[in-house]
Write a protein of this length. Structure first.
Length: 259
């Protein structure tokens, strides 16, 4: 499961699906700050959903002397196998059933859940397992599409051919699109409720896409279609964003409260 040397550079290389973004900036900043707190000891990172992961800036940290070990896992699906075959940096990625794949308890300083929740079944069980691998005081970096957004609704309901057009406009040359499952956890309110119930501290959050911007442009008329869908939903769906980013901390103090 652990990719070392050149293969471990996937922590940065798996961000190939998009140019530097708000997600990259946010997660890199928190990874860098955590690395500074780890000065003098190794730092361990788990990228779950490695084939859709954002850059965490680990190459630059290694160049500065940080001792970082990265492990890569993803759901075993035809699309993830295609992504792994396409990119040598994913050679060390382990594909399997994320409900049962062996994971070390409290084995990682940082766990990245990368555009994973919206594309898997049993998302809450999988996230529970990922939380169990985080050391007290460690970070969980979550990026998810929002089922309560107009874009999330379209991703679930559009024919596969149209989903493919949107994907390839935003991720040219990359295998995709990924499955559109969207359980309740794959939403802003789902992640926030989960954090509250599990005692996780939300250190920072950010919206992407829709009116918030920050994503590569979709096909012509895609944003206008989102606006129309949001209007027709009478407020049940939002066009304010498409995705949400969360930086969550597993408290060392069990009485810590969400900010």
């Amino acid at each position: 499961m652990t990719a070392k040397g050149e293969a471990a550079k996937a922590g940065a290389a798996t961000a190939r699906q998009q140019s530097p973004s708000a997600a990259t900036d946010l997660f890199t900043r928190h990874t860098r700050a955590y690395s500074a707190d780890c000065a003098g000891r190794p730092m361990t990172v788990l990228q779950a959903g490695a084939t859709t992961a954002d850059d965490l800036g680990t190459d630059a940290l290694r160049a500065g002397g940080s001792n970082i070990t990265i492990s890569l896992i993803d759901e075993d699906e035809p699309i993830t196998r295609a992504a792994k075959a396409k990119h040598p940096s994913l050679t060390g990625c382990v594909l399997g059933d994320l409900r049962t794949l062996p994971l070390p308890p409290r084995g990682f300083d940082i766990v990245q859940c990368a555009s994973l929740l919206q594309r898997i079944k049993h998302a809450e069980l999988v996230l529970d397992r990922l939380i169990g691998t985080i050391k007290p005081g460690g970070l969980l970096l979550v990026r998810t599409s929002d089922r309560d957004s107009a874009a999330g609704f379209l991703d679930r309901r559009l024919p596969e051919a149209l989903r493919r057009v949107i994907w390839h406009k935003r991720h040219p040359g990359e295998p995709g699109p990924y499955p559109a499952v969207y359980e309740q956890l794959a939403s802003a309110r789902g992640v926030q409720a989960y954090a509250l119930l599990r005692g996780l501290v939300i250190a920072e959050r950010r919206a992407l896409g829709g009116l918030a911007g920050g994503l590569p442009p979709g096909p012509y008329g895609f944003l206008a279609t989102q606006k129309l869908v949001a209007w027709l939903s009478r407020g049940k769906l939002t066009v304010e964003h498409e995705e949400m980013l969360y930086v969550l901390r597993r408290p060392e103090d069990r009485f810590a409260r969400i900010l």
